[in-house]
Design a protein around this ligand. Structure first.
Ligand SMILES: Nc1ncnc2c1ncn2[C@@H]1O[C@H](COP(=O)(O)OP(=O)(O)O)[C@@H](O)[C@H]1O
Ligand SMILES: [Mg+2]
Length: 228
């Protein structure tokens, strides 16, 4: 059971968006996916509500409703079935819940906006993970993805990217560009294929699939390493 934990010490950086892009794209690719909503704001749950209203919840994609620090570890363990991909969507603050979710993760993903202040706070997440590694006595695989980037990278965005790479951070490519179809997941439910037409839909679909594959490639490598 691969377990992905999407987290950042910062709110509003695209954690739920990244969780839903991955969830819908993995489900589309044939995987059973469970999205665990750990945020009291219930953003992921709102997406599933939109799916129910529109009758378009993707096949194989299921919600596990609000989990907290006392239930998260058992919930992830109980979902431990071959092939099921578990995606944990956390709130934007460091907490015991975050630590416990991280302790169960095969891969932690931190989205960050391409602005200096966001990446600095995002980077604090790596420090939290380092502390978790000490507690757990094992490596925790951690990758970043730039979210809400522009089609043409600004000087600041390039600086943020270079800064992350210089710190030895694994940056997942492609970035997630700021695109209306991504925000429409919350509005229309479904996936990038079922929403109303938009000029950016095709590019969003291509980018989302490449992002999914980049995450899958990492997960496969990590799980192989763990099995060896
Ligand atoms: N790549 C993106 N393109 C367009 N809108 C985005 C993108 N990423 C996030 N958003 C929007 O920004 C807001 C915050 O995103 P969200 O995923 O809820 O952040 P978080 O879970 O980190 O708090 C939402 O309204 C979401 O639709
Ligand atoms: Mg969220």
């Amino acid at each position: 059971m691969p377990c992905l934990v999407v987290t950042s010490a910062k709110g509003g950086v695209g954690k739920t968006t990244a969780s839903l892009i991955l969830g819908t794209e993995f489900a589309h690719a044939g995987y059973e996916v469970k999205v665990i909503d750990c945020d009291p704001n219930r953003s992921a749950t709102r997406y599933f509500r939109a799916c129910n209203e529109n009758g378009n919840r993707p096949e194989r994609l299921e919600l596990v409703e609000e989990q907290d620090k006392s239930t998260i570890v058992k919930t992830i363990r109980d979902l431990d079935r071959d092939g099921t991909i578990v995606i944990v969507d956390l709130p934007g603050a460091s907490s015991q819940l975050m630590s416990r979710a991280i302790s169960m993760a095969d891969l932690v993903i931190t989205p960050t906006k391409p602005q200096k202040v966001d990446s600095e706070i995002g980077y604090e997440t790596t420090e939290l993970i380092r502390e978790e590694e000490e507690v757990l006595g094992r490596k925790v695989h951690h990758s970043f993805v730039l979210n809400e980037t522009s089609y043409v990278a600004s000087k600041e965005a390039k600086g943020v990217e270079q800064g992350l790479v210089a710190q030895g951070i694994d940056l997942i490519k492609p970035d997630l560009t700021k695109r209306v179809p991504y925000s429409w997941l919350f509005t229309f439910g479904g996936d990038l294929r079922t929403m109303p037409p938009h000029s950016g839909t095709e590019k969003a679909q291509m980018q989302a699939a490449l992002f999914r594959d980049a995450v899958l490639e990492r997960l496969t490598r990590i799980l192989n390493e763990e099995a060896a």
